[in-house]
Design a protein around this ligand. Sequence first.
Ligand code: SF4
Ligand code: SF4
Length: 68
Amino acid sequence: MAKPVIDAEKCKGCGLCIKFCHKGLLKKSGKLNALGAVYVEFDKDTNICGGCCFCALVCPECCIEVQK
Ligand code: SF4
Ligand code: SF4
C-alpha cells in the first residue's frame, strides 16, 4: 500500500495537495511548523492511497514523497 510522507518543516500550508488528492487523504494538521505554517498531514485513519503521486507533483515545495 502506498503512503505519502510529508516533510512538515518544509510545508508552506498552501493546501494544493489537499485539493489534488482525489481520495481526500490529506488534511491540515492544525499545528504550526517552524515557518509558522499550518502543515499538512496524511489522514492515518485511511489506508487507501493508490500512489498516484498527484500530491507530490503539485507541491511547490517538493515536500511530499510517495512511498510505494
Ligand atoms: S499519492 Fe495520490 S491518493 Fe495518495 S495521498 Fe497523494 S494524491 Fe492522494
Ligand atoms: S502542496 Fe506542499 S507546501 Fe502546499 S500544503 Fe501540500 S505539502 Fe504543504
